[in-house]
Every structure is written in structure tokens, then in C-alpha cells.
Design a protein around this ligand. Structure first.
Ligand SMILES: Nc1nc2c(ncn2[C@@H]2O[C@@H]3COP(=O)(O)O[C@H]4[C@@H](O)[C@H](n5cnc6c(=O)[nH]c(N)nc65)O[C@@H]4COP(=O)(O)O[C@H]3[C@H]2O)c(=O)[nH]1
Ligand SMILES: Nc1nc2c(ncn2[C@@H]2O[C@@H]3COP(=O)(O)O[C@H]4[C@@H](O)[C@H](n5cnc6c(=O)[nH]c(N)nc65)O[C@@H]4COP(=O)(O)O[C@H]3[C@H]2O)c(=O)[nH]1
Ligand SMILES: Nc1nc2c(ncn2[C@@H]2O[C@@H]3COP(=O)(O)O[C@H]4[C@@H](O)[C@H](n5cnc6c(=O)[nH]c(N)nc65)O[C@@H]4COP(=O)(O)O[C@H]3[C@H]2O)c(=O)[nH]1
Ligand SMILES: Nc1nc2c(ncn2[C@@H]2O[C@@H]3COP(=O)(O)O[C@H]4[C@@H](O)[C@H](n5cnc6c(=O)[nH]c(N)nc65)O[C@@H]4COP(=O)(O)O[C@H]3[C@H]2O)c(=O)[nH]1
Lengths: 75, 75
């Protein structure tokens, strides 16, 4: 599973899930020195870790992120 | 360890190590749809696998790739 996050919409979002996701993405940006600021795609293995931290499976997490408008559709 | 391979020089190189590396990088390019054609950076974990297939440790593999002129220096 490959999920691209809309960083601009993430900035405007609220809530505890948003904060946790934000911190994780910020750390990836720093590791990569990727400061495009618009989108960020993370590894499938990251999604699995994040999903279990939220007590969900990966598909349910992705559905939740889509509901929050945080996912950039893949071309 | 992060190693960026010069794809143009890899194309001109010879030998069994070159062929194995070429096939691996080609598969990564396809998985990513990354066809910039000039450079490709692979994961540290990939280098470890490739190194042990060549009977070396990772540092020795990187030295060998540098000797062959296949490594793009990191900025
Ligand atoms: N397009 C693409 N390129 C890839 C992929 N995997 C590795 N690379 C390339 O290989 C470099 C080294 O990867 P690494 O050793 O895993 O070292 C990585 C890894 O430890 C970490 N990292 C970066 N992005 C992520 C991520 O989304 N999730 C996780 N868990 N770690 C990441 O930061 C280090 C440096 O990242 P970069 O500067 O980006 O440098 C990366 C990147 O240029 C991939 O699936 N797709
Ligand atoms: N900066 C950035 N942009 C993102 C990210 N996720 C998606 N994009 C954007 O969406 C396209 C697809 O990205 P990808 O799946 O990572 O697929 C990428 C990726 O696999 C690879 N790639 C491109 N540039 C780099 C790079 O500088 N380093 C590494 N390691 N891979 C790259 O080539 C594929 C096609 O790249 P593009 O045509 O440039 O087009 C990219 C880029 O415009 C992200 O996390 N960071
Ligand atoms: N062993 C190995 N496998 C590779 C490499 N490059 C790509 N792959 C495989 O190809 C999938 C798609 O890569 P992508 O289009 O670049 O799409 C990637 C890329 O946009 C981003 N990404 C993941 N890791 C990194 C990283 O270290 N650096 C950067 N810049 N982007 C990354 O997250 C997306 C999804 O990553 P995955 O779920 O891991 O899914 C990755 C991974 O399974 C590589 O150098 N080595
Ligand atoms: N997932 C994803 N990540 C992206 C994308 N574009 C940029 N990045 C991330 O942003 C960092 C800086 O990219 P850059 O300024 O385009 O500058 C890049 C690029 O010009 C070139 N480069 C190095 N390795 C690769 C590679 O494997 N593929 C491509 N297409 N370019 C690479 O060297 C610079 C450093 O590359 P990295 O160490 O990989 O570090 C990259 C990578 O972590 C993208 O489309 N998808």
C-alpha cells in the first residue's frame, strides 16, 4: 500500500491522530531533507506501525485518512 | 549508509558484479517508476544484501563500487 499525504491539509487538520502523524512525517522529512512541503509518501511498513498504534488495521487507517481529506489520490 | 549509483557509468561497466547490480537497480526503477536515468539511491538494507552476495561486508562493497567509478559523491 502506498499512501501520499497532503501536507497542506495536514497542517490545517486537528486532533490527536493528526499530531502523531504530523510528528512522524516531520521526522521523515528531516531524514530525507525532503522539503517540497506539498506531499509526502511513506512506506507501507510505516502505515502498519501507525495503524496498530491507533488500534486499527492498515485499510481502516487509510479509510480514516481519506475521510479526513488527507490523502492525495494516486494518478 | 546511503549510496547513489551513477547509472550512466554503470551502463558502460563490465563484469558479473555489474550485471547483478544492474538487474537489481532496474527492478527498483520499475517498482518506483523512477526513470530519471542518471542516478539511483538504494536502501542501506539493499547494500547489506548485495554485499553478502558478493562475500564482502558493506564498507568493502562501497569501496569496490567507488573503485569502479560507479558512486556519485554525496553533496
Ligand atoms: N523513491 C524511493 N527512494 C527510496 C526508497 N527507499 C530508499 N530510497 C532511497 O535510498 C536512500 C537510502 O534509504 P535508507 O538507507 O532506507 O535510508 C532512509 C531511511 O532510513 C529514512 N527514510 C526516508 N524516508 C522514509 C520513510 O518513508 N519511512 C521510513 N521508515 N524511513 C524513511 O531516511 C533515510 C534517508 O532517506 P533518503 O534521503 O530519502 O534516501 C533514500 C532514498 O534516496 C523508496 O521506497 N522509494
Ligand atoms: N518530494 C516528494 N515528492 C513526492 C513524494 N511523494 C510523491 N511525490 C510526487 O509524486 C510523484 C510520485 O512520487 P513517488 O511515488 O515517490 O515516485 C517517485 C520516486 O519513486 C522517484 N523519485 C523521484 N525523485 C526522487 C529523488 O530525489 N530521490 C528518490 N530516492 N526517488 C525519487 O521517482 C518517482 C517519480 O517521481 P516524480 O516524477 O518526480 O513525481 C513524484 C513527485 O512529484 C514525496 O514523498 N516527496
Ligand atoms: N528494497 C528497496 N525497495 C524499494 C526501493 N525503492 C522502492 N522500493 C519498493 O518499491 C515501492 C514503491 O516505491 P516508490 O514508488 O518510490 O514509493 C515509495 C516512496 O514514494 C516513499 N519512500 C519510501 N521509503 C523512502 C525513502 O527512504 N526515501 C524516499 N525519498 N522515499 C521513500 O514511500 C513509497 C512507498 O514505499 P514502500 O511501501 O516501501 O514501497 C516501495 C518499495 O517496496 C529501494 O531502494 N529498495
Ligand atoms: N519519495 C520521494 N522522495 C522524493 C521525491 N523527490 C525528492 N524526494 C526526496 O527529497 C530529497 C531531495 O530531492 P531533490 O532535491 O530532488 O534531489 C535529489 C535528486 O536530484 C537526486 N537523486 C538521488 N537519488 C535519486 C534517485 O534514486 N532517484 C532520483 N530520481 N533522484 C535521485 O539527488 C538528490 C538527493 O536525493 P535523495 O537522497 O533521494 O533525497 C531526496 C528524497 O529524499 C519523490 O518524487 N518521491
Amino acid at each position: 500500500t502506498k499512501v501520499t499525504i497532503d501536507l497542506v491539509r495536514l497542517n490545517d487538520a486537528n486532533g490527536p491522530e493528526r499530531d502523531l502523524l504530523y510528528h512522524f512525517l516531520a521526522s521523515v522529512q528531516v531524514q530525507r531533507q525532503d522539503f517540497n512541503g506539498k506531499v509526502l509518501t511513506i512506506r507501507g511498513e510505516d502505515l502498519r506501525v501507525i495503524a496498530s498504534m491507533f488500534g486499527r488495521d492498515t485499510d481502516a487507517l487509510v479509510v480514516r485518512l481519506e475521510e479526513l481529506g488527507l490523502v492525495v489520490p494516486s494518478q
